[in-house]
Design a protein around this ligand. Structure first.
Ligand code: F6R
Ligand code: ZN
Length: 193
């Protein structure tokens, strides 16, 4: 017999889902090399290893047919003028997509294909983002007070490839500019190859 269906809440007053198996926290110190301004990164880290984002996962078997689900929460903040964000990744099984549903906060999803195509989509409560197979993705929080909270669903066997993004970065960065939020070309994109 298979598993029984189950229900959990993602709309409860607290930000965490009511069911999860794993709670991952990523602090500034674990994001070395991801932000453009390395001096600002070092200065900030010297003051404290703040929480940048967290993920609540419901663990399902890593096989086709299953779905991995959970919540991703990116806290407000900046390193220099670059907004807090996730590391970002390709799925190890490249031909797997992902669905994100934004619950709280505001921000962007920055995406790229292995061929270097780029897409940036705004995230705000109620927006559903469909990420087709092959697109790497990183969420960025641009709200000042509130965290960017999203619910995600992806195929059970997708897995994660972080190394490609660690080396190449994303083609676009989300920054605080003189006139507000700016999406700029990443001067370091694929420079360390
Ligand atoms: C899973 C997925 C999200 C992210 C989460 C944290 O495939 O896209 O659950 O894992 O937003 O970001 P990363 O994994 O890039 O540290
Ligand atoms: Zn993913």
């Amino acid at each position: 017999m298979g598993d029984l269906p189950f229900v959990f809440m993602i709309s409860s007053p607290q930000i965490a889902p009511t069911r999860f198996d794993n709670h991952i926290t990523r602090t500034l110190g674990s994001l070395r090399g991801h932000f453009l301004d390395e001096n600002a990164y070092a200065r900030m880290l010297a003051k404290g290893d703040v929480l940048v984002y967290e993920v609540y996962e419901v663990h399902r078997p890593e096989v086709p047919g299953e779905l991995q689900v959970g919540m991703s929460i990116v806290h407000p903040g900046k390193v220099g003028s670059e907004f807090f964000m996730t590391k970002g990744h390709f799925h190890q099984v490249l031909d797997t997509g992902e669905l994100y549903y934004c619950l709280r906060g505001e921000g962007f999803m920055v995406m790229q294909t292995p061929e270097g195509e780029v897409a940036v989509e705004a995230l705000a409560p109620g927006r559903v983002l469909y990420i087709p197979p092959r697109w790497a993705h990183r969420s960025v929080c641009t709200s000042r007070q509130e965290a960017l909270a999203t619910f995600f669903v992806y195929p059970g066997h997708a897995g994660h490839d972080y190394g490609t993004i660690e080396q190449d970065g994303f083609p676009k960065l989300v920054m605080e500019g003189a006139g507000g939020i700016e999406i700029i070309d990443n001067p370091r994109w694929r420079k360390d190859r």
